[in-house]
Design a protein around this ligand. Structure first.
Ligand SMILES: O=C(O)CCC(=O)C(=O)O
Length: 294
């Protein structure tokens, strides 16, 4: 099958996720909307740099002080919240994770010229491996980003774990191979293993698409930001979702400004984890529509 191309056809998007572990939603944003997001992220990133509040994610290439993450966008504008709630994105999160899923984080990632190569990784590196009955099982609490197991990005011949996370990269600017477009290893979601960070020879492809597209991948798919050899930054906003029993990447409930929380719709409160899921996440009332603080 040819590799995924940007498409508005939902059945094609689902088939691409099944086959390759990623798909690309075409024209999710207008050019004007994408340009406005780009401008807003750029201004926020500059302000955070000016105040020495700029961040670098632990999974970033070692010593990369160029790429910038702008975290906790839930607090930084309603336009970002709308991305997390977007119907096409939620459809695919539902397809991968089920109707009840949570927002795990809402951040922007800017690749700047002069960055370093980010190692390939799978977002659900923390998933224990299935084990034959009677053989030793992994301990989830002992896993680290480098626990492996490492292997080839080809389909496993044994049962593997399902996706428990879904990641979406909103392209606020055009993504090109030159400016550091996200790289994907097609089919790696079916391997049941992780990429060896010391290897550079995996068959990764740069996902090039115009601003306004969304690259969607699931938690098992091997991927990384690309090297930016262009003369301009690449702006992406990441809406990351997880299964409702998981701990989110960002602590949205605690890190959220109270005035932001008070202005939220019931749908967004639920997505951010303020509604217990089968009692999990409750404060006092397991069936509360919105948990009570304090
Ligand atoms: O910025 C990118 O292209 C990739 C980001 C990434 O690897 C992630 O969010 O897990």
């Amino acid at each position: 099958m040819p590799l995924p191309e940007p498409t508005t056809d939902q059945s094609r998007q689902r088939a691409d996720l099944d086959e390759f572990g990623y798909c690309i939603i075409a024209e999710a944003l207008t050019q004007q909307e994408a340009a406005a997001l780009c401008e807003r992220i750029s201004a926020q990133a500059s302000a955070e740099r000016a105040q020495a509040l700029d961040f670098h994610y632990p999974a970033e290439a070692e010593g990369d002080d160029v790429n910038q993450w702008v975290y906790q966008l839930i607090n930084k504008g309603e336009e970002f919240q709308q991305l997390a709630l977007n119907a096409a994105a939620r459809e695919l999160a539902t397809y991968l994770l089920g109707a009840d899923h949570l927002l795990s984080s809402l951040d922007a990632h800017i690749t700047y010229p002069g960055n370093k190569t980010m190692p390939l990784h799978a977002d659900q590196w923390w998933m224990p491996q299935p084990a034959m009955p009677g053989t030793p099982h992994g301990r989830q609490g002992d896993l680290t980003r480098t626990s492996g197991p490492y292997g080839e990005p080809t389909s496993a011949a044994v049962p593997i774990s399902p996706p428990l996370a879904a990641n979406m990269m909103w392209m606020a600017s055009d993504f090109t191979e030159a400016n550091g477009a996200t790289r994907m290893v097609p089919g790696s979601h079916l391997s049941g293993c992780l990429p060896d960070p010391s290897r550079q020879d995996y068959p990764a492809v740069a996902i090039e698409a115009p601003a306004g597209s969304v690259l969607v991948w699931e938690g098992r798919t091997w991927h990384a930001a690309g090297l930016n050899t262009a003369d301009h930054p690449r702006f992406g906003i990441v809406t990351y979702y997880c299964a409702p029993i998981m701990r989110g990447l960002a602590n949205l409930t605690y890190g959220m400004r109270s005035e932001v929380r008070d202005a939220m719709s019931p749908e967004l409160l639920k997505l951010c984890g303020f509604t217990p899921w089968n009692s999990y996440g409750m404060t006092d009332d397991p069936n509360a529509a919105v948990i009570r603080p304090g």
